[in-house]
Design a binder for this molecule. Structure first.
Ligand SMILES: Cc1cc2nc3c(=O)[nH]c(=O)nc-3n(C[C@H](O)[C@H](O)[C@H](O)COP(=O)(O)O)c2cc1C
Length: 172
């Protein structure tokens, strides 16, 4: 597990190689295995593998999402606010599981923040995506995880990355 975590980096450039269905299936199994407060399971996942749709999603916000236009598969991570008041926590864990399983599958991934982000001065990124993907308003969007085979090499982390001073023992 630690080897995977040291290796994982945010990948924003992908090759055109198609991701095998089995890999997407295992990634979604990981998402569905995430813990959930009070076993409410509010998370909903939209797997987007149509190029035109990912191109549309790449315009969901002015910065930080443009690489979706050349992303083979993206997963919209959303939560039903009618099912849980802590859908953000549940969805964050599921999104992390997606990223870790993606790394295990030899794929690159990147979190694209959607919650609290604007599309433009009139519309939120969330509303823009809800309209693109026919989502009802109670299904709130946390993030999009971009997935694909890595273009180029991004070195993993080593122990010098660890800010050990952030760890406190018994008292802050
Ligand atoms: C909550 C969150 C939001 C992020 N939003 C974006 C984003 O909108 N666009 C993007 O390209 N990267 C985004 N990232 C990726 C971060 O930029 C990246 O994790 C950080 O630079 C550390 O690099 P690493 O993931 O390679 O270790 C986000 C990461 C997190 C955890």
């Amino acid at each position: 597990m630690l080897d995977l975590l040291y290796k994982r980096r945010s990948i924003r450039k992908f090759t055109d190689q198609v991701i095998e269905e089995e890999k997407i299936d295992r990634i979604m199994q990981a998402a569905l295995l995430a813990p959930s407060s009070k076993s409410k399971y509010p998370c909903e996942f939209i797997v987007v593998d149509q190029k035109e749709l990912n191109e549309k999603l790449s315009e969901c916000k002015p910065h930080g999402a443009s690489f979706l236009k050349s992303t083979p598969v993206s997963i919209v991570i959303a939560g039903d606010i009618d099912k849980s008041d802590v859908w953000i926590e549940d969805c964050s864990i599921a999104a992390s599981y997606v990223q870790i399983q993606a790394e295990k599958e030899g794929l690159g991934s990147c979190w694209i923040q959607i919650r609290e982000r604007p599309h433009d001065i009139q519309k939120s990124s969330e509303l823009y995506i809800q309209e693109c993907l026919n989502m009802p308003s109670n299904i709130k969007i946390l993030a999009i995880i971009a997935l694909g085979y890595k273009e180029g090499v991004k070195v993993g982390r080593d122990k010098t990355h660890l800010k050990r001073e952030k760890i406190h023992k018994n008292s802050y």
